[in-house]
Design a binder for this molecule. Sequence first.
Ligand code: NAP
Ligand code: HSE
Length: 428
Amino acid sequence: MTTVLRLGIAGLGTVGTGTVKIIRQKAALLEARTGCKIEISAVSARTRDKDRGVNLSSYAWEDDPVALATRDDVDVFVELMGGSDGPAKAATEAALKAGKDVVTANKAMLALHGQALAELAEANGRVLRFEAAVAGGIPVIKSLTEGLAGNEITRVLGVMNGTCNYILTRMENAGLPYEEVFEEANQLGYLEADPNLDVGGIDAGHKLSLLSSIAFGTQVHFDGVELEGIGQISIEDIHAAADMGYRIKLLGVAQMTGRGLEQRMSPCLVPAASPLGQLEGGTNMVVIEGDAVEQIVLRGPGAGEGPTASAVMGDVLDIARGTRLSTFGQPAATLVETKPAQSAAPAPYYIRMTLEDKPGALAKIATALGASGISIDRMRQYGHADTAAPVLIVTHKTRRTALNEAVIAMRETGVMLGDPVSLRIEEV
Ligand code: NAP
Ligand code: HSE
């Protein structure tokens, strides 16, 4: 006997309309795969009379997403409005309390309230799924919670914000400054309503905190993510990094250490020839390392109507098939609270600076580094026409704290013009 799964979809923007289109266009395929008719009972958005390029006339309309979430003819509430609090959270909570399963693409809500929502879902015997919230069309949540469940995950890293990767690769390929490419991205509609969510690393940090929870069995701890955006990256750094065989990426890294959970989202140098180094445009890549599997690399579109709706449908079809997985891969009560690692593991660093071109200047910088226990691996001084010499140093592995100490001493030498730029080099 064919059963019916009835959806209530709140949010009819990029992801919402994409989801409606898949359900309308692929009804037979979805039924064949699940043995279940996937139907939409009702929808909600802010503006009723908007042409959304898809026929919504056969669905009931609710102005209030909470009313939609609690309708008797809704089995699964699909939250595609966005926002960490407000209507998205109110409707998600209402749906779970009313006995509905929930599918969402909302990384901001889960990064801030994931633990409480997972507990609420379990207390009500419901599932809360969020494949679309991380890395768009890449099934990374499914990979971690299911395919890799037999591994102890040692590290998760990757590029999880397509907009930042677009900006950085466009700067390099077109030789354009950050401000110009930022404006271009804005014109193309790539940036979030609050652009700082993208370029400040916050959106990607939200995603990393969700992956960490599944990977390490910990409660989501977004506040523990060390965040740095891409706003300070100059075309000079992109060129200098390339010259040394690297590319700059907004890279997320999560690993459990003896010092606590290390979660970082910051611009890093990665080898230009590595899979991460080769990643172009808005594409995302997540690298997962586990004790048994060793390393897997997932690559794909991190945003957009089709890819994100594809991920939403993956969760809906799981529910249709009767798959009942815990939100973060294990019961919420078993997720442990963790403390953030106070300092990241040692790594090589790239330092770019401008020195006065006079005898002994470089020696003073080398002495300042040496005094902080930092050893130089490679160094390059570029040709110049005036009294200011551009210098690049790649260090051996050191801690950020030692580097910060060295930078203070380097400033005190009086031979440095302006502030140096230092970026971590990530081994991948
Ligand atoms: P969007 O295009 O801005 O659409 C948001 C939708 O939510 C709109 O239909 C809007 O209504 C509706 N909405 C907003 N506030 C509402 C309220 N108070 N009550 C009812 N409806 C409300 O956003 P989106 O890009 O589809 O993103 C949706 C979610 O998916 C977000 O959590 C986002 O972070 C996540 N996500 C998006 C992407 C992507 O590529 N876009 C990728 C991954 C995850 P109106 O249309 O009437 O204004
Ligand atoms: N602003 C996000 C990005 C959208 O650029 O990756 C997808 O989550």
